[in-house]
Design a protein. Structure first.
Length: 281
């Protein structure tokens, strides 16, 4: 297993409902990333489809039997790739999913567990929620995929780290809200929670947050990469397409854990007891 990975985060604007066009765009961006020395490319939530799909979700859904699935897997022939897509599950239901691809294979698939269905969001009408928090072994370390709304639920991050994740690979379609000088207030909130998770849990956090316009959504970007000390390694601005590059390495994570050992002395039985007393099944 490698002990580091050269990561590229892609902040871009997918084409709504056009999987073939997005695949071609992904392939070009992955090729450019590989030439630049990247070993892992992180795209945003639903990067292969766009976000405001509504009744198109069934049309753009992918599964291993889909004619385009070999092309999706083929994105990872030279470098590892994380893509967002609409998954048609083996149960026939549709999921907002993120896939970690490695060497032309699906290494790990994550189904979004928290579906925002409030304000301008309507995901609960079109997708089924995932039912598992997981971490997985990537070729360079142990990671977890976190999709958009899940970052606003500390239980997801806590569970992923408890399962051994030392890096959170987060994808998002975060609308820009609350205009402030040169940016959006909402994007500042995203950056702050990413920074806090990185510092509190001593993990790397990479966030790919898209830009562009769809229907009633303006997506604000502000992607970033934070080290396990909570310091930003690279930050993107709002609204414009950008790429970010940084290296995640095990030695930096190890030093951060030595400096901040509190997570190693967690007492999960206290949390489980509190949840039971609060009425959790």
């Amino acid at each position: 297993m490698r002990r580091s990975v050269a990561l590229r985060v892609v902040q871009h604007a997918p084409a709504l409902g056009d999987v073939e066009a997005n695949l071609a765009d992904h392939a070009a961006r992955v090729e450019a990333a590989a030439v630049a020395g990247a070993e892992l490319v992180l795209f945003s939530e639903l990067s292969l489809t766009g976000y405001a799909l509504f009744d198109l979700v069934d049309v753009v859904a992918l599964d291993p039997g889909h004619a385009l699935w070999p092309d999706v897997l083929g994105l990872s022939e030279a470098v590892d790739v994380v893509v967002g897509y609409v998954e048609r599950g083996e149960d026939g239901f549709l999921y907002n999913s993120a896939a970690y691809l490695h060497a032309g294979e699906l290494l790990h698939n994550h189904r979004k567990t928290y579906l925002p269905t409030y304000g301008p969001f309507d995901e609960g009408r079109f997708y089924s929620p995932g039912d598992r928090i997981e971490a997985f072994d990537a070729p360079w370390g142990r990671a977890a995929l976190v999709v958009c709304e899940e970052l606003w639920h500390p239980s997801v991050v806590h569970g992923a780290v408890a399962l051994g994740a030392t890096a959170l690979l987060a994808t998002a379609n975060a609308p820009g809200r609350g205009p402030v000088e040169g940016a959006w207030a909402n994007q500042g909130f995203w950056r702050e929670i990413a920074r806090v998770y990185a510092r509190l849990y001593s993990v790397d956090v990479a966030l790919a947050s898209r830009v562009g316009y769809e229907e009633r959504f303006l997506f604000g970007g502000a992607s970033g990469i934070w080290g396990p000390d909570g310091e930003p390694r690279a930050l993107a601005g709002p609204l414009e397409e950008e790429t970010l590059d940084a290296t995640l390495d095990a030695e930096t994570w190890r030093r951060s854990r030595v400096a901040n050992p509190s997570h190693g002395i967690e007492r999960p039985e206290l949390l489980m007891d509190a949840l039971r007393r609060a009425g959790a099944p």
